[in-house]
Ligand binder design. Structure first.
Ligand SMILES: [Zn+2]
Length: 212
């Protein structure tokens, strides 16, 4: 599960388990999820790796636990969502090739190429899902641009534009938004089920950032 964390990566890393994590309901039974345990993982942003704390929450009746990822991460990806999203957007929009985009982001060429390929492969689903979310949030349907990857980018932009009018979302940016509503699986390889979380229960408002 991904929550719409508004904190900068460094601030989140520094706070460790003291981050004000949101209280969520179980996706299966809607009962309360309670803090269970946690683990550390790395995230790479602005050219360096930091260790972050990921809490696990658990539903007692369902006996299922979930990792609670902050929205600046994507599941199973080292790099921050904004880094991946920026590279994907530059390439998918035709502004530049993978190599210059990877160089600007400070990531290996093959890594960036993997993101772009995954995004292209999932673009029809991403486009349809986010276009539907944009309409659900009150946006006008728009004519899809030519090309699945451009459509996917436009749909993410349209959905984020609508979400940004809701409390708390504007400051997150479109890639944290995209990670939040896709459960971190925006460019996941093995997602076969419809991935987009549009239900109100999990389209949660961002929590306020930590007091300084
Ligand atoms: Zn449950």
């Amino acid at each position: 599960m991904v929550w719409p964390c508004p904190l900068p990566v460094d601030a989140y890393a520094r706070a460790g388990p003291e981050v004000a994590f949101p209280r969520l309901d179980c996706p299966s039974c809607a009962g309360p999820l309670v803090f269970w345990s946690g683990y550390r993982r790395h995230v790479r942003a602005a050219g360096r790796c930091v260790r972050i704390f990921i809490p696990r929450v658990r539903c007692g009746p369902c006996r299922v636990s979930h990792a609670l990822l902050p929205a600046f991460t994507l599941a199973w990806r080292l790099d921050a969502a904004e880094v991946i999203g920026t590279v994907v957007a530059e390439v998918a929009s035709g502004r530049c090739g993978v190599r210059p985009a990877a160089a600007r982001a400070g990531v290996p060429y093959t890594t960036a190429r993997g993101w772009v390929r995954r995004f292209a492969a999932r673009a029809p689903q991403i486009g349809a899902g986010f276009a539907a979310l944009a309409v659900e949030l009150g946006g006008e349907p728009f004519p899809p641009p030519a090309g699945a990857a451009r459509f996917a980018l436009a749909a993410i932009g349209a959905a984020f534009a609508m979400a940004a009018a809701l409390p708390g979302w504007a400051g997150l940016g479109s890639w944290r938004f995209a990670s939040s509503v896709s459960g971190g699986k925006l460019i996941a390889a093995n997602t076969t089920s419809p991935f987009l979380v549009v239900g109100r229960r999990r389209f949660m408002p961002p929590v306020p950032p930590l007091p300084a």
